[in-house]
Structures are given as structure tokens and as C-alpha cells.
Design a protein around this ligand. Structure first.
Ligand code: C5J
Length: 225
């Protein structure tokens, strides 16, 4: 593929003008803490198997994106080992018996450097792919993501990962306010709640694409050939 050639991707509410050399694949929080038993997601009472259906489509998209030589970035939600970047309100939210920073089966919950904080092996970053550690739900809050994107000339993103209504939605909204165009492939994002999966995607594409565009991974893959 010629990365300088714009191509149209079938999407809702209308076709997305894909400019490969200006577009990053941003994979949000595909971490063991959210996708494997014993982590933060399960601690909050969720069934992690709901999220795991997004793994295979992400693997196919990531492989094609890498093969096309395009830019990939990953994010991880988590906190410093001393928890100095963890707002007390976030630590006690949910009033769970086990909290962020406590010991769990995959190490301290949502703490950087612990096994559970790491990205799942199926989507593990390779050399040259930026990994953005974020303390919040949005990938722009308290990170250097915006600076990296601007310095690299990135103006649009294909955003995938988990969860649809929390970190994916927050990031797409933050990106939109900063002037980036975001395309979300519905099969590459996941929610613990089917109704939030649906609503989270509808909120992005409603009102003429108020936050961005929604498609599915087969249409993005077709544009990468
Ligand atoms: C949540 C996330 N759901 N990555 N984080 O707490 O969506």
C-alpha cells in the first residue's frame, strides 16, 4: 500500500477519509488486569470473558497495520508503585474489599510494573511502538500522547481496546476536542456490558459523528491492502 494515498473506509455516519501516513492505531488498555481473571475488572464484579471477544479482531488488525508499516501506539491504565498519582477518590470508588494497589493474583492491582498491569501476550507491543502509561481513563490526561501525535504529524486515529464506554469513549472524546479524527471498529472494542457496548458506539457516531466514526475491522483491513 502507498501510505500517502488517501482512501475511503465505509463507516457510520459517513465514509472516513483514511490518510495512512497521518493515522495511528491506538490500542487502549488491552491489559491483563482488564481481560484476565483476578485483575481489576473482575475485582469490580465483571465477567472478563465479555471483553475477550475483542482480542482476535485486534490481532488481525494489528498484524495488518504492522505489515503496512503504519504507526501503532498502546496505552495502559495504572499507577506508580507509591500510588502518588492515584486520586483518593479513585482508590475508594466502588468501596470494594480489594482496591487499586492491593495485592491480587497478578500482583498489585493496576500498578505499573506488575504482571496484571502488562498488555496481554496476544497484543504485546514490539520495538518502536509507543506505550503510554495513563493514570486516568482518557489517554490524553496527564500523558505525553498529544505531544507525540503532534510531533509525528498524526491527525487521525483508529481507536480500539477496552472498555468501549469508559477508556475508549473518554479517549475518543478527548481526541475530538483536540482536533483529531477517530475511527472506532466495533468488533475491536469491548465492554463488560452488551448494552454499554451498543450505547458507547452509538454515542460516538450520533449527530453526524459528534465524536467520530464507527466501522468494523473488515473494512479497515480492506483499506490496508
Ligand atoms: C476501566 C478502562 N473500565 N480501560 N478502564 O476502568 O476502560
Amino acid at each position: 500500500m502507498n501510505p500517502t494515498h488517501m482512501r475511503l473506509i465505509d463507516a457510520e455516519p459517513y465514509a472516513f477519509s483514511f490518510e495512512p501516513d497521518r493515522c495511528a492505531l491506538l490500542i487502549i488498555d488491552m491489559q491483563r488486569d482488564f481481560l484476565e481473571p483476578g485483575g481489576f475488572g473482575e475485582m469490580l464484579g465483571n465477567d472478563v470473558s465479555e471483553l475477550r471477544r475483542a482480542i482476535a479482531p485486534n490481532q488481525r488488525l494489528l498484524a495488518a497495520w504492522r505489515a503496512a508499516g503504519l504507526r501503532v501506539m498502546h496505552t495502559r491504565e495504572g499507577h506508580r508503585p507509591d500510588l502518588a498519582d492515584l486520586p483518593p477518590a479513585k482508590r475508594i470508588r466502588g468501596r470494594c474489599a480489594t482496591r487499586i494497589g492491593d495485592a491480587g493474583p497478578m500482583g498489585r492491582i493496576l500498578v505499573r510494573g506488575e504482571a496484571g498491569h502488562d498488555i496481554i501476550p496476544e497484543l504485546y507491543p514490539v520495538a518502536g511502538e509507543a506505550v503510554v502509561d495513563k493514570p486516568g481513563k482518557g489517554a490524553f490526561h496527564a500523558t505525553d500522547l498529544d505531544a507525540m501525535l503532534r510531533n509525528l504529524g498524526i491527525t487521525q486515529m483508529v481507536v480500539t481496546g477496552v472498555t468501549t464506554e469508559v477508556c475508549v469513549n473518554t479517549t475518543v472524546r478527548e481526541a475530538n476536542d483536540r482536533g483529531y479524527d477517530c475511527l472506532v471498529p466495533s468488533d475491536c472494542v469491548g465492554s463488560y456490558f452488551p448494552e454499554f457496548q451498543d450505547a458507547g458506539l452509538r454515542m460516538i457516531k450520533a449527530q453526524g459523528g459528534i465524536f467520530g466514526w464507527v466501522t468494523d475491522s473488515t473494512k479497515v483491513l480492506a483499506a490496508l491492502l
